[in-house]
Each structure stands twice: as C-alpha cells, then as structure tokens.
Ligand binder design. Structure first.
Ligand code: SF4
Length: 471
C-alpha cells in the first residue's frame, strides 16, 4: 500500500468572531449558522464578559441543536469567537469540538481553527517531550501549547509568542485567538484557507466566508493577507506579519465546492466563478444534447454557465431534499451511499426522452455521480453526457479537506475511458486547470488534489514513506 494512502482525512471547518459589539455571542450564533455548510458535526462559542471571564458552550450537532436562547444568554460580553466543525474518522468526539479554552496563569485564551497542520505529529512529539498534556487529538490545540508563555517571558506581549508559534507550524490555517482583551486573527502564509474581516457598528467581525457578514449586516473591509496577524482591541486593528514568505495558493475547492455561492473569495464571487467555469466547460467540451441539468446545489451555477454558453435550456432535472446533510461530508462510505438516495430525485417529466448534459462540480469517490446517472436513466433520459467543472481529483488533500485516500479517489488510478464506463455515461469531460485560473482571475491557486503538486513541505508524508521503507 502506498505510504500516504492512510493519510489525508481531515476536517473542513468555519470560524467566526466578533469584537466590540454588544451581545457578541448572539451574533456569533448567526454567523455560525451562515457557515453551517462548512461543518455539521459540532460547534462552539467562547465569549468574554466585562468581568474578563471567558465562558464557553460547545456540543456535537448543528448550531441550532447545540444552542438555545438561554445558552446564548449565558455567554455575555462584547467579544466572542465561534467554530463549526466537520471531522472524519476518529476525530468526532466532544473533546475535539472547538473553540478550545485554555486557563493559564498568564491569562486565559480561546482558540478556533480552520485547516490542517502538516507537521502536527512532529510538533506534538516535541511538545509532549517538554511536558505538554493535550486535551484532544485535534492538531489545532498544538498552537495553544506553542504560544503558552513560559514564566521568564510573562511580561513579553503575547503577539511575540504567537508570531514564533506560527513560524513553527506548517500547513493550512485560519486561526482566531481570543484573550481577555483582544482577538488575534491569523492566516497561513500560503493563503490556503479564506478569512475576511468586516465592520459592524463600532466593532469588527471576522469570518471564514463573507456570506456571514451579510447575515448579520456587517460590511466587508478586506481579506486577511497570507502570513498576516491582525490584532483587534480597543485601539482598533493593527497588522503584523509572521513571515516574509507570502503566496496566494487559495484552495481551488473553496471556489468549486465548499464556499457558499454568495461568498466572495479574494475578490471573486463564488457563484460568478462557478458560472464562468460552466461557460469554459462548454468551450472546452461541448455536447450534443437537449437540456442541461446541474447537480444541486454546488453545481447549479456551473450548469447555468454551460446552458447560457451552449444555448441549451437549463432545467431542474434533479431535485434535492434540502433537509438531508451533504453527501460529501458524511463520515462513512455506507452513510454516503444511503445519503445519496435520501437526498436527490430525478424529475421524470423533465428528463424523460431527453439527451441530458449533466454538470457536476467534481468527482471524488464517484459514488454520487454513478447513482445520479443511474437515476436519470431510470427516469427516462436517453443519453447522459457528464461534464465536470473541475479537473480529475488524483491526490489526497493534506490541508483540512476530507478528500479521502488514494484508494478511494476514483480518478487516481483509472483512465478517462474507465471512469466513463464505471459512471455509465455516454460521454465524459473534465475542466482544465487553466480554466480555473481564468475563472478566478488569478495566477496562484492550490490545485494539489488535481496535480499532486503540494504548495507546502509534507512532513507526515515523508515520515510515513520512511517508515514504510523500513518495514
Ligand atoms: S489539495 Fe485540493 S482540497 Fe486540498 S487545499 Fe489544495 S485544492 Fe483544496
């Protein structure tokens, strides 16, 4: 077995924070609701009251299941951070639900993280050798141990410790760190995960996605830059950088699949990006058909773009039951298979007797695509031409996305004709990498799951490869 086949199962999450607004926890509750698509397994809020006490409530489940009015009322204060979590194998226990809260004689602090560290195993060993005791198996906690000030440094501002800690970690991250009087906002130097800052009245808002600003009536100010640490306190906001290295390798899957269509990522609206990929997909791989059907919800924008460019009618040939969670983020294969059937239906009156161009955003395991194609045929579609609005996924993700293992990735070991046959389609085409740059109007993107070309050094991967060699 390839040494890295067992790796790559991590979470995709969302973070949200408020500084300087009354009833901050209440606003974080609404912000987390807007980010619920980024994680449904658990969530939490930590608020800091006027008494400078950090109080936390967290639990497993959706935001509205974990919180009620009484719980929110028990989190007073004008400063709060929150987190929605999606976890995979072995990581869905309550200890791993964030924000983490740390009590220390130099001052309490809370921490929320979106992303994944690639050198967490090495850092955990380093810290445990020096006496650290971990509360959870989440690598997010590692940063907290790294920024814990030792006694001889207790009068040094915490920003120094944070800067040093960030320089020790490698990978994808958007961190919110809340102390008793300020919030630090940190983004990795590769720019892999999105993080934006907004204004609400006299206060500030931080969110993984800009759609949450609209939910609470906040105004977008700007994106947090790669390698930047923003400090928010009673002086306002100040910017620092923990590293001179700076790249804009935003995760392409944020545009393709994860983010909400009404979010803007580094200046590009997600719906507009997807729609343009649909147009480009038509230019690269037109199809002789009668109607265009998109897989709800994340492929609808691309389907609209394809329909517009081709002149074919865009039809609602598939209907989604909105009350079932996303297939892609169910924990097990068995659950995923069940989920697909519960979640989608083909509309017989629309697809019967029609040649359908089916637009999907990506092919990960292939399970969903295969079932949808079968469903369309059962409903009477005479031909199904599958067009994918991204390139074939051939490598796992090490940056916090449950992109499975090599074994599970359908396109990792199969040729295009083999994939076409397995999915049962009349024709199949994927979008090019160049089209993604064009759609994002940008020169840098992380495309590692499409190319195997990772923007960071992969510590665990190398360590596992070495272990495998020894065995
Ligand atoms: S490897 Fe793929 S999913 Fe992971 S960060 Fe890069 S583009 Fe996103």
């Amino acid at each position: 077995m390839n040494p890295i086949q067992e790796s790559g199962l991590h979470e995709e999450c969302g973070v949200f924070g408020i500084y300087g607004v009354p009833d901050a926890a209440n606003l974080v509750y609404y912000g987390l609701h807007a980010l619920q698509h980024r994680g449904q397994e658990g969530c939490g809020i930590v608020a800091c009251g006027e008494d400078r006490v950090l109080r936390r409530i967290k639990g497993e489940g959706l935001v509205h299941e974990v919180f009620d009015e009484a719980k929110i009322a028990s989190l007073p204060g004008q400063m709060a951070i929150g987190h929605v979590r999606y976890s995979t194998t072995g990581g869905s226990s309550i200890e791993n639900v964030q924000p983490f809260l740390f009590h220390h004689n130099t001052g309490d602090f809370a921490l929320a993280h979106n992303g994944n560290l690639v050198n967490s195993a090495q850092l955990r060993r380093y810290l445990e050798d020096r006496g650290s005791l971990f509360q959870s198996s989440s690598d997010s906690e590692i940063l907290a141990h790294l920024i814990r000030k030792d006694n001889k440094e207790r009068h040094r501002p915490r920003i120094f410790a944070i800067r040093e800690a960030l320089n020790m970690i490698e990978g994808a991250f958007a961190f919110l760190i809340m102390t008793q009087n300020r919030i630090y906002v940190c983004r990795d130097k590769h720019g892999l995960r999105p993080l934006s800052i907004g204004r609400l009245g006299d206060g500030y808002v931080i969110s993984s996605e800009t759609c949450a600003f609209d939910t609470i009536g906040a105004q977008f100010i700007r994106d947090v830059a790669p390698g930047e640490i923003i400090t928010i306190d009673h002086h306002g906001i100040r910017s620092n950088h923990y590293s001179e290295f700076q790249h804009h390798f935003m995760c392409a899957m944020e545009y393709i699949y994860f983010s909400r269509p009404d979010s803007n990522i580094e200046g590009t609206n997600v719906h507009a990006f997807r729609k343009l990929t649909g147009r480009l997909l038509f230019e690269e791989a037109p199809a002789d058909a009668d109607i265009v059907v998109g897989v709800p919800d994340s492929s609808l924008s691309a389907a609209m773009g394809f329909a517009e460019a081709s002149g074919l009618p865009y039809e609602m040939g598939l209907i989604k039951n909105k009350y079932v969670g996303r297939t892609f983020i169910q924990p097990s294969q068995a659950m995923r298979e069940k989920g697909v059937r519960m979640k989608l239906s083909a509309v017989k009156t629309i697809v019967e007797g029609k040649r359908v161009v089916l637009i999907d955003d990506s092919v990960v395991r292939g399970t969903t695509s295969r079932r949808i194609v079968a469903m369309l045929r059962e409903a009477g579609a005479t031909e199904v031409h599958l067009r994918i609005a991204s390139p074939p996924i051939t490598s796992p993700c090490f940056y916090g996305v449950d992109m499975s293992t090599y074994d599970e990735l359908m396109c990792a070991h199969k040729s295009l004709p083999e994939v076409k046959q397995i999915l049962g389609v009349d024709s199949l085409a994927f979008l090019s990498q160049e089209a993604l740059f064009k759609a994002g109007k940008r020169e840098e993107l992380c495309l590692a799951c499409f190319t195997g070309d990772y923007p960071t050094y992969l510590y665990q991967r190398i360590e596992e490869a070495n272990k495998d060699e020894k065995n």
